[in-house]
Design a protein. Structure first.
Length: 346
């Protein structure tokens, strides 16, 4: 099979298209013929550079969310059949995991595309339990970006922040993949949503995804605008998946007493200042939550099938040979929306 093989850390040019043996599924595994896989800042670019917390053994194949058709079954697999359309969740369970509570797995297993071979290839072997049947209405590219972001958004707001109908939510970086999903999840849960982004175009995108109000935090005072919209009360919940030190304070100051801030990203740096007096005087909660439970995945796919949510914006789909180009475009911030690879177009 053809695959993008990583044999050393470095610039995008270390990603090489090679011909390697097609893997065979072992017990409890399936072989997926990959039709789409997304390119991500953390679970692709940071891994390629060698700056992610988990380091892959070489040679390695990136790609955390392959979507495609089941091509072969390993021994003992009964929940899937050859030809079935599936999307793959990246994080595998450890032996200590309680099913249905995968985000609380104390020592979660491998991450597909990080320390287990992923989907930058024509075929990928994955645990059968990590593959979820696709609704017929979802295309392979749509399913990849839904799988990457929508379950995490749902887990952040439903499970961690405990969002209630009638509450206010501030979504930072609101045109991004995870953030656009947070907007939709919050609206499905009955919240009033403020989408905050760094340009008027991105604010308009947030409104298009369902945000009730928009703020350009590069040209407006974020906390002041939030207070105007909420009658001086502030929001109940902030989803802060950016990690920009220049924006963090405004996001925290937008919370009302007993507010909750949930975070799963640090693309803009991640080192931020924290006023502990505001934390304890306002009795705030800061919650780290990068994962999801398998029921969140089932919810996301069902909602997408029913039309209750839609995928983040897909900017371009490149052939497998375009992996290095995709990494360069994302690092240069030359695209707005998700980039995907289609390994059937090697």
């Amino acid at each position: 099979m053809k695959a993008i093989v990583l044999r050393e850390f470095g610039a995008p040019d270390v990603l090489k298209l090679e011909e390697i043996p097609t893997p065979a599924p072992g017990p409890g595994e399936i072989l997926v013929k990959v039709h789409a896989v997304s390119v991500n800042v953390t679970l692709d670019i940071a891994v390629r550079k060698g700056i992610y917390a988990r380091k892959p053994p070489f040679p390695h194949v990136l790609g955390c969310d392959p979507t495609g058709e089941v091509a072969a079954l390993g021994a003992g697999v009964s929940r899937h059949k050859v030809g079935e359309r599936v999307s793959v969740h990246a994080v595998t369970r450890s032996p200590r995991c309680t099913p249905g509570h995968e985000a609380d797995d104390p020592n979660f297993g491998a991450i597909i595309g990080v320390n287990r071979w992923g989907g930058y290839a024509e075929y990928a072997v994955v645990p059968a339990e990590n593959a979820f049947a696709l609704p017929p209405a979802l295309s392979f590219p749509e399913a990849s970006v839904i799988m990457r972001h929508m379950p995490t958004a749902r887990h952040q707001l439903h499970c961690r922040a405990g969002l209630k109908a009638g509450e206010w939510v501030l979504v930072m970086g609101a045109a991004g993949g995870l953030a656009s999903c947070c907007i939709q999840v919050a609206k499905r849960m009955g919240a009033t949503v403020i989408g905050a982004a760094g340009s008027d175009e991105h604010v308009a995108t947030a409104i298009a995804f369902g945000a009730d109000h928009g703020i350009n935090y590069r040209t407006q005072d974020l906390a002041a605008e939030v207070m105007k919209l909420t009658g001086g009360e502030g929001v109940h919940v902030v989803t802060e998946n950016v990690g920009d030190p220049d924006l963090w304070t405004g996001a925290v100051n937008s919370l009302r007493p007993l507010g909750r801030l949930v975070t799963a990203g640090a693309h803009a740096g991640g080192k931020v200042a924290l006023d502990l007096r505001a934390l304890y005087l306002k009795r705030l909660r800061l919650i780290g939550d990068p994962l999801c439970d398998f029921p969140d995945i089932e919810w996301a796919l069902q909602e997408a099938h029913n039309g209750g949510v839609r995928p983040p914006i897909i900017a371009r789909i490149l052939p497998l040979s375009g992996a290095a180009e995709a990494h360069r475009l994302i690092e240069a911030r030359a695209v707005s929306g998700k980039l995907l690879l289609d390994p059937t177009r090697a």
